[in-house]
Design a protein around this ligand. Structure first.
Ligand code: GLC
Length: 714
């Protein structure tokens, strides 16, 4: 699909309001709304991809033949990698796990802004992102949609994404509140979390999303916490609205409202999405008639107070006034303009490259210096192996609905995303083969020998790959694993991964190739940690995550030195048994369990957060476990020297100031990431040994020294 010049004809100057002014406007706007009309703001219509959204609140029409529009409605669309149902007219961004790997606040803000532009111009009022659940278990299905294991990193970066999206007049939606760290039986699982862990670890990102990001919407999760399903759990009121002062509105996850208790509304839920009063009878709607139609009666019986309905209507409308969505907002049903431009492609490619994490670089095998190789004036062969280097049928795009139902999707090529609602409808994808080929094309002495084939068991053809590796000077092997939302069964995952193994026998492929060729570089595309028992047998390792539409160009830029890698791990990599908790086995998905009322003794899975505050690296530190790679680890083609650290804590201002210096002592310009940890005094019992409380990224030229200052207000 060719690009068209990005026209700003639909973008008027946005006029944002303070919450105080927005609430005043909302009160005026709602003055002549009937109770029924206010209640109609509280539920959506069924899933509606035909309307280019994943859910919507219907407009309120009045007057002759309903020609007058009293309220234009609200459209919601996923998700964390850009608009999901926009027919490939918008960008398919790197997954948030890659945004996290950059440790670059400014860059994440830029991505949020660009995503906000796409959501705005396709008429989406609420973008269902960021996902700020934490990487508690390495097999967790949706860890690619989040920002890794650390609550501080997740909080700081989700704020940038929210500010970016909302700067374009689109309401961001922080999700999924709370304790939703696995896919297995998520609709009927009960997370048991003590209060300190809940507040200090899992609620921190939501606190920052509200206090620093000013997020307009929050989505509650499917699961229960401590015995009560979130859609009717008082934690919504107690934590979000009362403790954190959340001014926006809370929506349910899709079809999460599965009973007609008025507790949902009374405990803080504002909108039931996508709602089950719909023009088309949806499966859940039939089995689970929407209780929203009962609200008027509940109000009459005083089971729900009318002022609660008024408060909810004011939250919804004031949020829309705050982001200037009432007076004018683009319509999207029949949009055909393409918003993929040179600028958005460049930004995608920059993130794809900057999110690559260089884990190993023995004998400086990287970057591959093509010019130097060419000048040796002799044939040089590079083998490109592994199915993940090439385009397959599924690369992370939104599968067709029938594929969802039949789960016919296979991970049979390069992966640029996971699966489920965090995907998008791709316009194009650059795979590693494309990116590498375009770099090598102009060098006549360098020959690329590409090969990968899966047998009927979806395993790599190791024998042929070995024959190719034998005759080559250098071998690039691309491997992957996959996970997603619990709606598809792909390879070793049904949402969550069953293990941390690379797919298609990739471990054996690497082991056997490394025995016949000494110059092996492995690139891993995966939602999170994988087993790397082979890591000492290869010279180069790059963790590429899921890097979106420009993935192949991003990795090629890093492999050949056009970009000096500066990604760092947003999670610790260890062996599965080293982690504090695991997801034992995959779920067997039964539709019924997701629609019938789940009573307290009917939970299909109880998830005990017994590790408490010790998530990820904090667990490894506490138990003296040596990981394969530490949280925050990442190499560069250059080296940095950190020195002269001094700290000061101002008790009155509660302000910690850290000063330090960084020097680039290597041979490449590059970006350094500084991580600042705090160790609390021993009086603070049973606390992580060192807690991440700051990070910054600095670009330094060769020999450049930077005096850095970091301060944090607790
Ligand atoms: C899903 C997801 C949520 C998504 C919503 C709409 O089930 O849990 O993240 O935004 O439904 O697709």
């Amino acid at each position: 699909m060719e690009e068209v010049e990005k026209k700003d004809n639909t973008k008027k100057q946005l006029n944002f309001l303070s919450w105080e002014d927005a609430k005043k406007e909302a009160k005026k706007f709602l003055q002549n709304f009937t109770l029924k009309e206010k209640i109609s703001l509280m539920y959506g219509s069924a899933l509606n991809p035909m309307k280019r959204c994943v859910g919507q609140i219907e407009p309120i029409k009045v007057g002759w033949f309903n020609k007058g529009v009293k309220f234009a409605g609200i459209k919601f669309d996923d998700g964390p990698t850009g608009p999901r149902f926009q027919k490939g007219l918008t960008n398919s961004w790197p997954a948030p796990i890659n945004l996290a790997s950059t440790f670059n606040k400014e860059l994440v803000y830029e991505v949020g802004k660009a995503q906000g532009y796409d959501f705005y111009h396709t008429g989406i009022n609420v973008a269902l992102t960021p996902c700020i659940n934490l990487l508690r278990v390495p097999q967790g299905g949706r860890i690619f949609e989040g920002y890794g294991e650390n609550p501080f990193l997740t909080g700081e970066l989700c704020v940038e994404l929210i500010k970016g999206i909302q700067s374009n007049g689109v309401i961001a939606c922080a999700k999924h509140f709370i304790g939703n760290e696995q896919e297995k039986y998520r609709i009927a699982s009960n997370s048991i979390i003590d209060e300190r862990t809940l507040m200090e670890i899992y609620a921190e990102p939501f606190y920052k999303a509200i206090k620093k990001g000013d997020v307009g919407c929050i989505m509650c999760s499917y699961n229960a916490v401590n015995g009560t399903l979130l859609f009717k759990n008082k934690l919504m009121n107690e934590i979000l609205k009362e403790k954190f002062g959340f001014n926006g509105f809370i929506i349910s996850d899709w079809y999460a409202v599965n009973d007609d208790s008025p507790d949902s509304v009374n405990n803080g839920l504002d909108i039931n999405m996508p709602g089950t009063i719909s023009k088309l009878p949806v499966v859940y709607g039939i089995l689970n008639p929407s209780f929203w139609s009962k609200i008027p009666k509940y109000v009459e019986q005083n089971l729900i107070k009318e002022e609660k309905i008024n408060e909810t209507a004011e939250r919804i409308i004031s949020t829309m006034f705050k982001f200037d969505q009432i007076k004018y907002f683009p319509k999207n049903e029949y949009y055909s303009q393409n918003f993929i431009t040179e600028e958005s492609k460049k930004l995608n490619r920059r993130v794809a490259a900057e999110s690559n994490i260089l884990l190993k670089n023995e004998n400086n095998i990287l970057p591959i210096n093509l010019q130097k190789i060419e000048e040796q004036n002799k044939k040089y062969k590079i083998a490109l192996l592994g199915i993940d280097a090439f385009k397959g049928n599924f690369y992370g795009q939104e599968p067709s609905f029938s594929n969802y139902i039949k789960s016919k999707v296979k991970a049979d090529g390069h992966l640029t995303n996971g699966y489920g609602s965090g995907t998008t409808t791709y316009n194009y994808v650059i795979v590693p083969y494309d990116g590498i080929k375009s770099k090598i094309n102009n060098f006549k002495n360098i020959e690329l020998i590409p090969y990968a084939k899966l047998d009927k068991n979806e395993n790599e053809d190791i024998e042929t790959s070995k024959k190719i590796a034998e005759i080559c000077d250098l071998v690039l092997i691309f491997v992957h694993s996959i996970s997603g939302e619990g709606c598809l069964k792909i390879a070793n995952s049904f949402g969550d991964r069953n293990d941390l193994d690379i797919l298609h026998n990739g471990n054996q492929l690497i082991e056997e190739i490394s025995q016949i060729n000494q110059n092996v570089i492995v690139v891993i595309n995966s939602p999170g940690p994988v087993n790397m028992d082979w890591k000492d047998k290869v010279k180069g390792i790059i963790f590429g995550g899921f890097a979106g539409q420009e993935s192949g160009n991003g990795i090629a830029d890093v492999l050949f030195g056009d970009v000096n890698p500066s990604g760092h791990l947003p999670f610790v990599i260890g062996k599965k048994e080293q982690y504090p908790s695991e997801i034992n086995g995959l779920q067997e998905y039964d539709l019924l369990s997701s629609v019938k009322n789940v009573k307290i003794d009917e939970f299909k899975d109880t998830v005990k957060y017994d590790e408490g505050l010790f998530i990820g690296q904090y667990w490894f530190d506490k138990n003296n476990k040596i990981p394969t790679y530490y949280f925050g680890y990442g190499l560069s083609y250059t080296q940095f020297e950190f020195s002269d650290l001094s700290c000061n804590y101002d008790k009155n201002l509660k302000k910690l100031t850290a000063k330090y210096k960084i020097k680039n002592i290597g041979n490449y310009d590059g970006s350094a990431v500084a991580l600042l940890y705090l160790t609390f005094p021993s009086e603070v019992e049973n606390y992580p040994i060192r807690v991440l409380k700051g990070f910054d990224k600095y670009l330094l030229k060769i020999n450049e020294i930077k005096e850095c200052l970091y301060y944090s207000l607790f």
